[in-house]
Design a binder for this molecule. Structure first.
Ligand code: CP
Ligand code: NVA
Length: 306
């Protein structure tokens, strides 16, 4: 198998250099404009994306499939039950096989190590469509959304309130690359991955506390996510977050006046965020969801080198 360059698999977001992230965001903004004008180009004609979903998905599945269609390519969705994986064929052999048919793979998995094994054994780019530990595509879409609403990504402060989960881990990596200040307020025991915190601290962009009011002070962006991710089995964990880590209007009022509210979705209204905030004038969650489409198209174009 030919050895792939390290930045061809997007498993955490750390694989991309800051310049590459900025280029992908700018290309996504261009592709969005072209699409709205009905002028999109078939940049991925004859290319095929295989998508493997161990977990449910609305946005990731529909945006990747639609994106490939819009770029003139093809996408196929596979659940592990459709594959011989369900009968014990190894991840490595599945990766070797798919590499002979398709041009790129996107996988949503439980254990992040499955993705690493898949990537190691494939000769084509592998994209993480969410694992228990990281969600890089979400953060590319989030950074694009912030750029659209705040005009650029310089002198931005983001506050993350709630669970130090997969989305938060990739957010820290993205902010470390682009030198965006990030203040996370997280209950004791729910912190992001230790190694990821170290990257954020080394880049001098990260503050970690359990104080939501302090985290949102001077923030341009307030973000949260569900308290119960797909892989969390104990729904009792919600008690650890409420009421202190809920994003409500009182908390939004402590951020900058023109702060925007973001959430990767799906949301549990009146749990991690109140209905008035997610449905209110500061919320940009539908732009954020839409931008998954544009930024993933840009990522695919970047990875397939066209
Ligand atoms: N935000 C996100 O990844 O949504 P889905 O789980 O619906 O794909
Ligand atoms: N943290 C959430 C994100 C869903 C897009 C989860 O893993 O379920």
């Amino acid at each position: 198998m030919t050895k792939k360059p390290h930045n061809v698999d997007i498993l955490t977001l750390d694989e991309l250099e800051s310049k590459e992230i900025n280029n992908i965001i700018d290309l996504a903004i261009d592709l969005k404009k072209e699409l709205k004008k009905g002028k999109e180009k078939p940049l991925l004609q004859n290319k095929t994306l295989a998508m493997i979903f161990e977990k449910p998905s609305t946005r990731t599945r529909v945006s990747f499939e639609t994106g490939m269609f819009q770029l003139g390519g093809h996408a196929l969705t596979l659940s592990p039950n459709d594959l011989q994986l369900s009968r014990g064929e190894s991840i490595a052999d599945t990766a070797r096989t798919l590499s002979r048919y398709v041009n790129v793979v996107m996988a949503r998995v439980y254990d992040h190590k499955s993705l690493e094994t898949f990537a190691r054994n494939s000769s084509i780019p592998v994209i993480n469509g969410l694992s228990d530990s990281y969600h890089p595509c979400q953060i590319l879409a989030d950074l694009m959304t912030i750029k659209e609403h705040k005009k650029n990504l310089k002198k931005i402060k983001i506050a993350w309130i709630g669970d130090g989960n997969n989305v938060c881990n990739s957010l820290i990596l993205g902010c470390a690359k682009l030198k965006i200040q990030l203040s996370v307020a997280i209950p004791d025991g729910y912190e992001p991955e230790f190694d990821v915190i170290k990257i954020g601290k080394d880049a001098e962009i990260l503050e970690v506390s359990d104080n939501p009011a302090a985290a949102v002070q001077d923030a341009d962006v307030v973000m949260t996510d569900t308290f119960v991710s797909i892989h969390n089995t104990n729904s009792d964990r919600v008690k650890k977050f409420l009421p202190k880590f809920q994003v409500n209007q009182a908390l939004m009022n402590k951020a900058k006046k023109d702060a925007i509210f973001m959430h990767c979705l799906p949301a549990k209204r009146d749990q991690e965020v109140t209905s008035d905030v997610i449905d209110g004038s500061q919320s940009v969650v539908w732009d954020e969801a839409e931008n998954r489409l544009h930024v993933q198209k840009a990522l695919l174009v970047h990875l397939l080198g066209v």
